[in-house]
Design a protein around this ligand. Structure first.
Ligand code: NAD
Length: 421
């Protein structure tokens, strides 16, 4: 999906460090603090042998990285994808540190992953792989240590298996050891749509600041999974016109507007947005270049690069995905007046409602949809405006503004805790 003439370094962890350093320079962050904050605290690589249905054994490689725990336990999803690498997990873990600090929830950052194509596994193989992975990372996860959640190609069933596996070893039901669980197992109302809903709140705020009327605004969404398909539906409910959507199978475009719920029905039946009737085909690359007001990258990293950023015509890019825009692209978008809402803000709704789930599991008292969405809106709108003010005061883009806010918070926690021993 990246351009052939690519010259930028697209290693996700190098990108995460560059983003951090840009803000750390602005803050004149002391070199010792810089070294502490940039380095992952703990990194575990595990091998996961799985009995396959045909009697053979396949061995998969898995990771869990805790980037920083100064402000609370590590928190972050688990990704199953054939291209997962340790550097990708490190980057995703560090983005979780800055995300949790940006929205002010009491967590550090973690992330996990298995290098596997889960679509090639049966349900039984997936369950055995998940339970073995959970067992391998069990020594470093837990309610007060590190709390996993879903990410790409994992879901509430994956979390149920992890919760059950950890519970089997502890002799009791450990509800708060993972979030993103089914409601029947201590999951939170609103968690399934939380990432997209948080993104919707930030888009609404951006529209207010830029004088864009969301009703009638044209929206293009790349990646039609949990984050992307629900963002499309929520923005559609706000009156926006969803003109294009895509996934790994290809895309569908109709400049007159699509019904995102009907596209999801089609994807459910056929496996992809591609081939949706009443729409033309569009590639993932061309979707990004569409003339629209709001572009929502909701798939994977490095989708908008230094080389392709000049082609972006959207006025707002809302990063539902983690890491979709490279530092080179950030510079081009900023120069061109494209308002980018960075991942560590735009998709923070997911971890925020995961935090609510953890609070509910620990107290044994469960909230209504209205309570969840009300608190989420408050946190997202407040975080957006804090980031906006930071970016204005430093005259930088929203990503650097968010990093400045987050680094100050994590640095302060580190300072008052002190360095052990
Ligand atoms: P998901 O597995 O539900 O969906 C992923 C979607 O992206 C699928 O539709 C898939 O076909 C599509 N996709 C994958 N590779 C693609 C490509 N190369 N081009 C176009 N489409 C592609 O995953 P998700 O949970 O929606 O996660 C998507 C992004 O959102 C990731 O970057 C993830 O880290 C981020 N995110 C998710 C959450 C969450 O709560 N689920 C929270 C914060 C951030």
């Amino acid at each position: 999906m990246t351009s052939a003439k690519q010259t930028e370094n697209l290693n996700p962890f190098d990108i995460a460090k560059e983003q951090f350093n840009t803000a750390a320079d602005l803050l004149n962050l002391d070199p010792s603090m810089r070294a502490v904050l940039i380095t992952p605290k703990r990194q575990l690589i595990v091998s996961i042998p799985v009995k396959m249905d045909n009697g053979t054994i396949s061995v998969f490689e898995g990771y869990r990285v805790q980037h920083n725990v100064a402000r609370g336990p590590a928190k972050g999803g688990i990704r199953y994808h054939p291209q997962v690498t340790l550097d990708e997990v490190r980057a995703l873990a560090s983005w979780m540190t800055w995300k949790c600090a940006t929205v002010g929830i009491p967590y550090g950052g973690g992330k996990g992953g298995i290098r596997v194509d889960p679509h090639k596994l049966s349900d039984g193989e997936l369950e055995r792989m998940t339970r073995r992975y959970a067992t391998e990372i069990a020594p470093i996860i837990g309610t007060h240590i590190d709390i996993p959640a879903p990410d790409v190609y994992t879901n509430e069933q994956t979390m149920a298996w992890i919760m059950d596996t950890i519970s089997m070893f502890s002799g009791g039901s450990q509800l708060s050891v993972v979030t993103g669980k089914p409601i029947a197992l201590g999951g939170s109302r609103g968690r399934g749509e939380a990432t997209a809903r948080g993104c919707q709140f930030t888009v609404r705020e951006a529209c207010k600041h830029l004088g864009i009327n969301l009703a009638g605004a044209r929206v293009a969404v790349q990646g039609y999974g949990n984050a992307g398909s629900i963002a499309a539906q929520l923005l559609y409910e706000d009156g926006a016109k969803v003109i294009a959507v895509s996934d790994t199978g290809g895309g569908a475009v109709n400049l007159g507007g699509l019904d995102p719920t009907d596209v999801l029905r089609h994807k459910g039946e056929s496996g992809s947005c591609a081939g949706y009737k009443g729409a033309d085909a569009i590639s993932n690359d061309d979707l990004l270049k569409l003339d629209c007001e709001i572009l929502v990258p909701a798939a994977l990293e490095n989708q908008i690069t230094e080389d392709s950023a000049a082609d972006i015509k959207a006025r707002i890019v809302a990063e539902a995905a983690n890491g979709p825009v490279t530092p080179g692209a950030d510079r081009v978008l900023f120069e061109n007046g494209v308002f980018d809402i960075p991942d560590i803000l735009a998709n923070a709704g997911g971890v925020t409602v995961s935090y609510f789930e953890w609070c509910q599991d620990r107290s044994g008292f469960f909230w209504s949809d209205e309570q969840v969405n009300g608190y989420l809106e408050k946190i997202m709108v407040n975080a957006f405006n804090e980031v906006y003010e930071k970016s204005k005061s430093y005259k930088v883009d929203m990503r650097t503004g968010a990093y400045c806010l987050a680094i100050e918070r994590v640095a302060e926690a580190t300072r008052v805790r002190g360095i052990f021993p």
